[in-house]
Design a protein around this ligand. Structure first.
Ligand code: ZN
Length: 273
C-alpha cells in the first residue's frame, strides 16, 4: 500500500521546503551579494564534511612531502589571507570568527579553493607559473573566499537533494521505496564534485573584488589576473576560476564596470594603512 509511504515522503519534501527554503547567506556590500538561495542542509553539517575533507587533503600532502614546502610562499599567502579575512564582515557578520586555515600544496596545478567554513588551499603552480603579484593573489583568494561566504557548495548540495526529493515523491507514487539517508548521500556527493554555475562565478568575482579592495589590495589586478589565466590555460585543464564559463571577456568587462565602485574602497583602505 503506497499511501503511507507517499505521505511520509511528501511530508519530508514539504519539511525541506519549509525548514530550509529560500534564504540568503550574505548582505549585499556595495557590489550586491544577497540573491535568494535554496538551502536545505545546515551550514554546520556542511562545514563538518568540509573540515574532514580538508584535514584528509593535508594529511595526504604531508605524507607526500608537498604540504607547505616553501615557507616564504606560505607566509606570503597567509599574510594576504589575514588581511582579507576581517573584511568578510561586510557580507557576513560572523565570518571573521570562522576557523580559517590557509595552506599551500606544492604542485604545478593552477588551482586554489576555499572550502565551506574558511578552509583555504593554494597550489604553488598558480603563483609560480603565473608570477602572481600580491594584488593578484588577493584577487584569487577573494574570489575563492566569496564562494564560501555565499555558501555556493551548500546551495549545490541543496539543489541535488531537492532534485532527488522530487524523484522520491514520484517513486513513492509508483510504490518504489526511497529513504532520506540516500538522499543526503547524494547531496554530499555534490559537495565533492562541486562545479560552480556561471551565476556563482559572477557573484564570486563581484564579492571577491570588494573584499580585495577593502583589504587594501588593488582591485585593478583583476583584469591582469584573468589575462594571465586565459593565456596560460589554453590547451590544458582550466583552473577552477575559468571552469564552467566560456566568456572570460564578459568577466573582465564586469570587473572593469565595478572598478569605479571598488577603487574608492581601495584608496580608503590604503589611507588607513
Ligand atoms: Zn570560482
Amino acid at each position: 500500500m503506497p499511501t503511507l509511504r507517499y505521505i511520509r515522503v511528501l511530508a519530508f519534501f514539504l519539511s525541506l521546503l519549509t525548514l530550509g527554503g529560500c534564504q540568503t547567506t550574505t548582505s549585499g556590500g556595495v557590489v550586491g551579494g544577497e540573491r535568494k538561495q535554496l538551502l536545505l542542509v545546515s551550514s554546520q553539517e556542511l562545514d563538518q564534511v568540509a573540515a574532514q575533507s580538508y584535514a584528509k587533503m593535508q594529511a595526504d600532502a604531508r605524507s607526500k612531502g608537498t604540504l607547505n614546502k616553501d615557507g616564504a610562499m606560505l607566509a606570503r599567502v597567509r599574510a594576504i589571507a589575514a588581511r582579507l579575512e576581517p573584511q568578510t564582515k561586510t557580507f557576513r557578520a560572523e565570518a571573521p570568527g570562522w576557523k580559517w586555515e590557509v595552506n599551500v600544496i606544492a604542485s604545478d596545478e593552477l588551482n586554489a579553493f576555499c572550502m565551506p567554513g574558511g578552509k583555504i588551499m593554494v597550489y604553488s603552480g598558480l603563483i609560480e607559473r603565473l608570477h602572481l603579484s600580491d594584488d593578484e593573489i588577493a584577487i584569487v583568494l577573494g574570489h575563492e573566499i566569496a564562494h564560501a561566504l555565499r555558501e555556493h557548495s551548500r546551495e549545490q548540495v541543496s539543489q541535488a537533494i531537492a532534485a532527488q526529493a522530487a524523484i522520491s515523491v514520484g517513486s513513492a507514487l509508483l510504490g518504489i521505496s526511497e529513504d532520506s539517508a540516500r538522499i543526503a548521500t547524494i547531496g554530499y556527493g555534490a559537495l565533492i564534485a562541486t562545479r560552480f554555475s556561471r551565476t556563482d562565478e559572477s557573484e564570486a568575482d563581484r564579492i571577491g573584488l570588494e573584499l580585495t579592495a577593502r583589504a587594501g589590495y588593488d582591485p585593478r589586478a583583476g583584469a591582469t589576473l584573468w589575462q594571465k589565466m586565459t593565456n596560460t590555460s589554453q590547451g590544458g585543464r582550466p583552473p577552477e576560476f575559468l571552469s564552467s564559463h566560456p566568456a572570460e571577456a564578459s568577466r573582465v568587462k564586469q570587473i572593469e564596470a565595478l572598478l569605479p565602485t571598488v577603487v574608492p574602497l581601495y584608496d580608503a583602505a590604503r589611507r588607513h594603512n
